[in-house]
Design a protein. Structure first.
Length: 574
């Protein structure tokens, strides 16, 4: 598998032909396929014929293994000692010893350093190499499972450590490794594994370890005499409300949009647009779509536009270079945008070249790039150029079957109406692709969430009253149920404080009012709505709806999103 060949084999093309035929052992490979792979510029059948003849002479008494026909070439290496073929054969077995043997053969990636001698082989080599990497990951998992089943916990831990190194995004590997170390008496190592997982998940994915690992962590702490935490029976009630809901949360409510997003990512759609008012759970949904992609072997990068520093918004060059650096770091690439940027070309051209050459060419797996809080880009003076670039990649997928953009999915999350800022529809990515809208909770979903908290809202009457107060706003619903449950409040007591500055929604309501007061048009529109008049303009209607203040489909149906908003704003905006 390391690409070493017998001494004296100096002819490059014969060497390359031997490798291709070996990887297709026993299969007749079309001559045209071999020619276009080995000589992509010319597809020379003459060069192929010369290489076949030279290879036959080198094989000597084994030349019988090389078969040719008018259409193809076949090499039969059955019975020969070839490590990659032994690996491919052993990995198909479920026998523990056979799997161990296959792992022992994998001492380096397939044909390590081959591209340094043969850079023209990079395209097919990347695919062949990734195939063996995936086989190795699968083999490690099956071998560890077999050893666990037979009670060989210490030995399984060694293979699980290799597995999480090769596949750090899969939660199963970390859980199994921690459990195996604990079962084999390596409790300190198990605790260290939890700490390493927690740090990696937080830094790379902004997630917490699975709840099962957290519970095991505290159990092990008690067993080794370390300081322990006292956990309540319902540990998940400590989960904070606000921001993205953790992946392992028992309180995440699945909605129809979840399935639609997962299907779009699984299909590798070019553009997936997820829109919804503020605080409807868009980031939480995106996190789950991206995690599904990771578990399927897709490479994932995430950009939260709120976290981009102010200096990077100064010009398109800085902005796109910042995006490129973030992608390179998350995908652990060797080269940064600065290494490829050409000052003689525009920012879009530089960024596109970086993605093609340094990202799509170097990462063999499909890529999903999640873009959260994209609204911040709308008011930027160079937003049309950036959005036009995204649109061009999507168009290129249809225009060019060999386009590298077929391997890239953009998942864009936003709240603001894009057409308010993008006048040229031909430059907009927001009117193409897969468009999804995340709505507020339905009454049935509120009932479901209430039941998960052991039903602090006791009957249908209380649920209806609660929905009248907070509507279906996912943040208000969950925050309110937690408040009622944690403080054992009656619904009347909760309602009495819900719209006060010192109530459970005080900070949220104050920020909402401040954002409205900063804009005179929005403030005037709210005053009109408070007097039961229609929203005065389409622009203010869209902006208030995007901000999550109102709901409705047009000016005539515009209304406050919930009664608490109307009550709070009515007492402060005159």
């Amino acid at each position: 598998m390391n690409g070493a060949l017998a001494a004296g084999w100096q002819v490059r093309d014969a060497e390359r032909l031997l490798v291709l035929l070996t990887l297709n052992n026993g299969k007749m490979v079309l001559r045209q396929t071999l020619a276009s792979t080995l000589w992509p510029q010319t597809g020379s059948l003459v060069s192929l014929r010369q290489s076949v003849n030279y290879l036959r002479s080198l094989l000597g008494e084994h030349a019988i293994r090389l078969e040719t026909s008018k259409t193809g070439v076949l090499l039969n290496l059955d019975g020969a000692d070839v490590d990659v073929l032994a690996f491919d054969a052993a990995v198909r077995s479920n026998d523990v010893e056979q799997l161990k043997h296959a792992l022992a053969l994998y001492v380096a990636p397939l044909l390590a350093n081959w591209e340094e001698r043969h850079p023209e082989d990079q395209n097919w080599l990347v695919r062949a190499r990734e195939k063996r990497r995936e086989l190795r990951r699968d083999m490690l998992k099956r071998l560890a499972q077999g050893l666990i089943a037979s009670g060989e916990h210490a030995e399984s831990a060694g293979y699980l450590q290799q597995y999480v190194s090769a596949n750090p995004a899969e939660e199963w590997g970390w859980r199994a490794l921690m459990q195996a170390l604990s079962d084999s008496g390596e409790r300190i190592a198990a605790l260290n594994t939890y700490a390493k997982c927690r740090e990696l998940f937080h830094q790379r994915y902004q997630l917490s370890p699975p709840a099962e690992m957290t519970r095991l962590y505290h159990q092990i702490q008690q067993g080794v005499g370390l300081p322990t935490l006292t956990l309540p029976d319902d540990e998940a009630r400590l989960e904070p409300v606000g921001g993205a809901v953790p992946l392992d949360s028992p309180y995440y409510v699945v909605r129809p949009t979840d399935g639609a997003l997962q299907a779009a990512i699984a299909r590798r759609d070019g553009l997936v647009l997820l829109k919804g008012p503020r605080q409807t759970g868009k980031t939480s949904l995106l996190a789950r779509g991206l995690q599904q992609a990771r578990l399927a072997g897709t490479a994932v990068a995430v950009t939260d536009f709120q976290r981009i520093s102010s200096q990077h918004w100064a010009c398109p060059n800085r902005f796109l270079m910042a995006l490129g650096r973030s992608i390179a770091e998350q995908l652990e690439l060797d080269r940064a945008p600065e290494d490829t940027w050409n000052d003689g070309e525009g920012p879009n051209e530089n960024f596109e070249r970086f993605l093609k050459r340094e990202v799509l060419r170097k990462v063999s797996a499909p890529i999903v790039w999640g873009l959260d809080e994209v609204d911040r880009l709308f008011s930027c003076p160079f937003s049309s150029d950036v959005f036009g670039l995204f649109r061009s990649w999507y168009n290129d997928r249809a225009l060019n079957p060999a386009s590298p953009w077929h391997r890239l999915t953009l998942a864009i999350v936003y709240a603001t109406e894009a057409h308010l800022f993008i006048s040229d529809l031909n430059q907009s990515p927001f009117n193409v692709g897969t468009r999804l809208t995340l709505e507020d909770f339905t009454p049935d979903q509120v009932i479901d969430l209430n039941n998960r908290y052991a039903a602090p809202l006791k009957d249908q009457g209380e649920i209806a009253h609660f929905i009248d107060l907070v509507g279906g706003n996912p943040y208000l619903v969950r925050r309110g149920i937690v408040e009622i449950s944690a403080k054992s409040l009656s619904l009347d007591a909760f309602g009495a404080q819900a719209d006060r500055d010192d109530g459970c929604y005080g900070d949220h309501l104050h920020r909402l009012m401040q954002s409205i007061m900063r804009d005179s048009n929005m403030s005037c529109a709210v005053q009109e709505l408070l007097q039961d008049k229609p929203c005065p303009s389409l622009e203010t209607f869209y902006r208030l709806r995007s901000a999550g203040v109102i709901s409705g489909t047009d000016l005539a149906t515009a209304r406050f999103r919930c009664r608490i908003y109307r009550s709070y704003l009515g007492g402060r905006i005159k």
